[in-house]
Write a protein that binds this ligand. Structure first.
Ligand code: HEC
Ligand code: HEC
Ligand code: HEC
Ligand code: HEC
Ligand code: HEC
Length: 403
């Protein structure tokens, strides 16, 4: 029987979490509800006074005057959010199931001007506002900063809400500043499924905001931006970045005794603790973290049969029909691999490692998609599979002499 793959990140409602979020009575909640009414409305015609550069929704246009944010954004996953893994699925889906394809774009290419099709009164039509040049631009600057051609941004660094450019003057009639940009709720719309969204084993498939909300970081006022946009940088480093992952973990490897003799049973403990991650590690079902221990001989060769592993992650079936296991670490929790092994000879060492496979799910998912036939999306899916296979990295490795 042909396995019916559900598109990754399937089954999404565009009702955002803001209805239930308590984000204070300072107008922030109202702003966020208006700002993130998804799908986003078309920007409409620009003010007559705008130059073509000011009127443009293209990230490169913003980048002309905001080169720092542009340089960061370009290298970020937000810029890559309509990369080959997404585009390779959308090509076919736009033909066979346009409504679902449009649903993907709500997070992966959110401007109204990025969707080739729209659904109106239950009917799919060409989108009159579609701008083909914005296709493939992922989550562009304007998705977070522009509504009806008006610029929105955070308070100045000194906390003031004044716009440098007075209203009705260039560039782009100044900017409307609001503290909403500094709040975790600003990110929630795309990183949290609504309460009635797709769930497995009673847990939403995407639950990052709620995980944060339940953590000590939320209680201490540490927002997503504080960890993911330090110094207001636009890099959004996450599970694909070794330094970012290391910044959130404390990893130790300790032998039970300073020295063993051949024939003794040695014990080495590898411990990974989530010390600065504001949600589950990892938050999504797609990565996999492998703790491993093995014996190596004097020449550094692994001794066959000695390897032990422990997996940290939330593994789900490729068709998202069930959850296989969930061993993710909540903030403060540890994963422990206790390596108990007979020391075969003098000179033996224990090699402990922690390896992150950020796209473990997608490797299997793309392989299956290709086997079933990805149609016009095939070249893109092949590219995405190759990238997914190459994204694994070592966050920790240590060899401990046992004798
Ligand atoms: C012609 C040059 C120009 C273009 C094009 C331009 N901006 Fe600006 N932008 C400015 C200047 C100058 C400021 C004023 C900085 C200030 O208010 O201190 C500004 C301010 C801002 C701010 C507030 C910055 C702050 O310091 O907090 C944001 C956000 C912003 N722009 C976003 C955008 C986005 C998004 C685009 C593209 C859709 C864009 N801008 C296009 C020149 C430009
Ligand atoms: C609620 C927002 C949301 C919706 C809607 C959504 N995604 Fe995603 N998607 C994400 C987030 C966040 C990530 C990054 C985390 C991850 O890898 O799971 C992601 C990652 C992905 C990736 C892996 C990264 C890459 O670019 O290759 C693919 C492929 C993907 N989504 C496809 C889809 C498809 C197809 C749809 C529509 C059926 C869809 N998504 C709908 C939020 C969403
Ligand atoms: C995913 C949403 C998102 C995207 C995409 C995005 N920004 Fe921002 N931007 C923010 C947030 C949130 C802040 C405030 C961060 C903070 O203060 O911690 C911000 C801050 C800014 C600021 C003020 C910086 C400062 O030093 O005060 C400027 C200017 C800006 N963004 C421009 C851009 C430009 C240009 C792009 C595209 C190249 C872009 N942004 C893409 C969310 C976004
Ligand atoms: C318009 C929807 C949208 C908004 C708003 C948004 N994101 Fe994202 N974000 C995405 C999508 C989609 C991806 C996955 C991109 C991909 O790889 O295809 C992503 C990826 C990420 C990643 C990288 C994950 C990895 O794989 O390492 C981080 C970190 C992140 N977002 C943080 C934030 C933060 C912090 C905010 C708020 C300032 C935010 N996002 C706002 C849609 C959004
Ligand atoms: C205390 C710091 C901290 C806070 C607060 C925080 N994060 Fe993270 N986040 C991290 C670190 C470190 C990683 C890399 C390890 C990992 O993937 O869990 C990460 C990873 C991610 C990823 C990568 C995908 C994955 O499966 O892990 C996404 C997406 C993300 N964060 C989004 C968010 C959003 C949205 C918020 C706010 C609701 C947030 N983060 C709050 C530190 C933080």
């Amino acid at each position: 029987m042909r396995l019916r793959l559900r598109a990754a990140c399937a089954a999404v409602t565009s009702a955002v979490l803001l209805g239930t979020a308590a984000v204070g009575a300072d107008g922030v909640q109202d702003f966020l509800r208006r700002h993130w009414r998804l799908p986003l409305a078309p920007q409409g015609p620009p003010p007559a006074s705008f130059s073509s550069l000011e009127a443009s929704l293209h990230p490169d246009a913003c980048g002309t005057c905001h080169p720092t944010q542009y340089a960061d954004w370009r290298e970020s996953t937000h810029a890559a959010a309509t990369g080959p893994g997404v585009e390779g699925q959308l090509v076919e889906m736009l033909q066979t199931d346009p409504q679902s394809a449009i649903g993907c774009l709500v997070c992966h290419g959110p401007l109204a001007e990025q969707a080739p099709l729209i659904v109106r009164d239950g009917e799919t039509r060409q989108n009159p506002d579609y701008d083909a040049a914005l296709r493939g631009k992922g989550v562009p600057c304007a998705a977070c900063h522009v509504r009806g051609h008006e610029r929105f941004g955070p308070p100045r660094r000194d906390g003031s809400l004044a716009s440098a450019a007075p209203r009705e003057t260039p560039p782009h009639n100044g900017v409307t500043r609001t503290p909403a940009f500094l709040r975790a709720e600003f990110c929630g719309g795309c990183h949290q499924f609504a309460p009635d969204g797709f769930a497995l084993n009673g847990k939403l498939l995407e639950n990052t905001y709620n995980e944060w909300k339940a953590s000590r970081f939320a209680r201490a006022g540490v927002q997503c931006q504080d960890c993911h946009m330090p110094e207001r940088r636009h890099r959004w480093r996450g599970i694909h970045d070794a330094d970012m992952v290391r910044s959130g973990l404390t990893i130790t490897a300790r032998p039970g005794a300073a020295r063993y003799r051949a024939g003794d049973v040695a014990v080495v403990t590898l411990r990974v603790t989530s010390t600065r991650i504001g949600h589950a590690f990892p938050t999504y079902v797609t990565p996999r973290v492998v703790l491993s221990a093995e014996l190596v001989d004097e020449t550094g060769l692994a001794i066959a049969g000695s390897r032990q592993e422990k997996i940290v992650g939330r593994e789900v079936a490729l068709d998202l029909s069930r959850e296989v296991f969930d061993t993710r670490l909540r903030p403060g929790q540890s994963a422990i691999l206790t390596f108990r092994v007979k020391v075969p000879s003098a000179g033996t060492r224990a090699r402990l490692a922690v390896v992150v496979e950020p796209d473990a799910f997608y490797v299997g998912f793309f392989e299956t998609l290709l086997r079933q036939g990805a149609g016009a999306g095939e070249p893109d899916i092949r590219k995405a599979l190759d990238t997914a296979r190459r994204s694994r990295f070592v966050v920790f490795e240590r060899e401990i002499p046992l004798s």
